[in-house]
Design a protein. Structure first.
Length: 472
């Protein structure tokens, strides 16, 4: 649905991105149209495997007979999109450094060049975890056949590779969220590193829980079992809200002067382990009922030279901060409800602030459509944000409350969900539990004009309604 693709691009732009990598397949024309219109550069990617499989029923079964047709179709279809700046021919291909893989790259290049000779070609290359015995330098033969070398999680190799191959242009095609600063430092410092793409911008279904945290004494694995269904590694969650790593990235990219994050209380005796694609279990919240007096771990992120933390108008600490601190100043203070304030200081003067307020008891539901008017086309959508708020209108960040929905008018409810990685409830039933005080409805026009009314109610809360005008 075109609007769904457009909204993704809007979310990326809103959160500071200027480029996106399609992974690991060509995106929809609607997505590229939105990138053209809104200004987002694209790595357009064709394949996730060639002749060797990653799964028994994957594209390797069709590669030999279909690769030329499919690769040509992608380039021919997308070559007039100004947003496309790189063609990617593969992702973590198993035979990337084998003689068979090198021969495949040589066959790819003239096919692409015949249809579009204006854009460079890349491929996302990772360490040889799938080829025991090979070393990183064995990828040199592949890089030599590419215009831009794509590096998956190989931050430590940039400078060494530049010394060995000074003419190579590099891009971080995948990187870990918790290495945002280190990767961006490489981009800003070295002209031969032209960008960094994090895995991932937005949470997605599948690879369940690869961004999770746990206690070190717990048995753990790459992914989380059912009912987890969401990778939970995105900067942005499933309903479109920023996650803690996105607030940190705002500092890395100089989009904010300061951000504050509070670590959720850990169980007694737990030492947190953050999985590769994860982030510490932080939240932008100062609402922790029943935790009065408990010591809370707080991080302030900033590029300012000094930061200050205040609680209810009183200074509880100041610290110098710098690159060696990973732009992070850590504090531990007893929890007390009220107002937590982080202040950035330059030359003794305030350069910016961020505040968190303790929310009260849930009192009402608030509905906020992303647009008050939409078109009757079946390719349009209305995204309605559902929030549980207190008497002052603050979102209650610990509210997990079932909300029931009713709809009237020329639209249908096509999606309902929250950002939880493990709330395995229906996406289409007119009821959903909020997660951290929020869930989301998606309405689709039926092809007619008119007014759509959404009603939401929950036990003990003031109900809410919203209207969306559907025009031709």
């Amino acid at each position: 649905i075109d609007r769904a693709e457009e909204r993704r691009v809007e979310l990326l732009k809103k959160n500071g991105y200027n480029a996106v990598r399609s992974s690991h397949y060509p995106p929809s024309p609607a997505f590229l149209d939105a990138c053209d219109r809104l200004g987002l550069l694209v790595i357009d990617e064709a394949f996730d495997m060639w002749q060797k499989p990653k799964n028994p029923q994957d594209y390797h079964l069709f590669f030999d007979q279909d690769w030329k047709t499919d690769l040509s179709a992608m380039v021919l279809r997308d070559r007039n999109h100004p947003s496309v700046v790189l063609w990617s021919i593969g992702n973590e291909i198993q035979e990337r450094a084998d003689s068979s893989g090198l021969a495949i790259i040589r066959r790819f290049r003239p096919v692409i060049a015949e249809l579009d000779a204006t854009r460079p070609v890349t491929s996302a290359i990772c360490a040889f975890w799938d080829n025991p015995g090979k070393k990183w330098s064995d990828a040199d033969a592949s890089f030599a056949l590419l215009d831009v070398g794509g590096y998956n999680y190989q931050l430590s190799e940039y400078q060494k590779d530049h010394e060995r191959a000074p003419g190579r242009i590099m891009v971080g095609t995948e990187s870990f969220p918790n290495q945002a600063l280190e990767n961006w430092d490489q981009v800003e410092t070295y002209s031969y590193v032209v960008g960094d793409f994090v895995w991932t911008a937005i949470d997605y279904l599948g690879e369940s829980g690869i961004g999770h945290t746990s206690c070190e004494n717990e048995t753990d694995d790459f992914a989380k079992p059912w009912p987890w269904f969401n990778a939970w590694c995105g900067d942005i969650d499933l309903v479109g809200d920023k996650k803690p790593q996105s607030y940190f990235r705002d500092i890395v990219w100089r989009r904010r002067p300061i951000t504050v994050a509070v670590h959720t209380p850990l169980p007694e005796g737990c030492k947190e382990r953050v999985f590769y694609w994860g982030w510490p279990d932080e939240v932008q919240s100062w609402t922790f009922p029943g935790q009065d007096g408990r010591l809370m771990d707080i991080n302030l992120y900033s590029r300012a030279s000094r930061v200050r933390l205040e609680l209810n108008g009183k200074v509880v600490g100041e610290k110098m901060i710098g690159k060696d601190d990973r732009l992070t100043a850590s504090f531990r203070i007893p929890y007390q409800p009220g107002r937590l304030t982080a202040v950035a200081l330059e030359n003794g003067k305030e350069a910016g602030r961020m505040e968190l307020q303790t929310a009260g008891r849930p009192a009402a539901i608030r509905l906020t459509p992303d647009r008050k008017q939409i078109h009757s086309s079946r390719n349009d959508l209305s995204y309605v944000r559902v929030e549980v708020v207190d008497a002052r209108g603050l979102v209650v960040p610990n509210a997990e409350i079932p909300v029931d929905f009713a709809l009237s008018g020329p639209a249908t409810l096509v999606g309902v969900g929250n950002a939880s990685p493990s709330d395995m409830a229906s996406f289409q039933q007119p009821r959903r539990k909020t997660f951290r005080g929020v869930c989301l409805l998606i309405l689709r026009p039926q092809g007619k004009t008119g007014t759509v009314t959404v009603q939401a109610k929950a036990t003990g809360l003031r109900a809410a309604s919203a209207t969306i005008l559907i025009k031709q």
